[in-house]
Design a protein around this ligand. Structure first.
Ligand SMILES: [Zn+2]
Length: 122
């Protein structure tokens, strides 16, 4: 998988974790499974460190998506972007280098990653 894409997926996880950590009821849920969030500072430090590893042009798009949606990547499942639920053009969906190259949804702009298509989802 493209290393920038891996960083983006990690960033999105951390963004959601920070959002959850700021929500008292979510914090309580995490506490019940033994995951105590006492401070978000380490999360914010990791976030900044990973953001620094993005290539400048990707970082610009990342900040735009982060500000607009609070999310930056979306999975493509059965040729549908799960950021906006629009079908991905077959030229992109059928590309050999998906996950190896960064693609963005033409509709919502999110960075896309493909998951192996599961027969159960069809
Ligand atoms: Zn989309």
């Amino acid at each position: 998988m493209n290393s920038q894409l891996q960083i983006l997926i990690a960033l999105q996880d951390i963004l959601l974790l920070i959002r959850d950590a700021k929500d008292p009821s979510r914090r309580k849920q995490y506490g019940r499974i033994g995951f105590k969030i006492s401070t978000i500072k380490p999360l914010e430090e990791t976030l900044a460190e990973l953001e620094g590893q993005l290539e400048p042009s990707i970082r610009t798009q990342y900040f735009r998506m982060k500000q607009r949606y609070g999310r930056v990547v979306a999975p493509v499942i059965n040729a549908v972007c799960h950021g906006c639920f629009v079908t991905i053009p077959s030229a992109i969906h059928g590309a050999e280098d998906r996950n190896k190259k960064l693609y963005r949804c033409e509709n919502c702009g999110m960075f896309l990653y493909w998951v192996e298509e599961q027969p159960i989802l069809k």
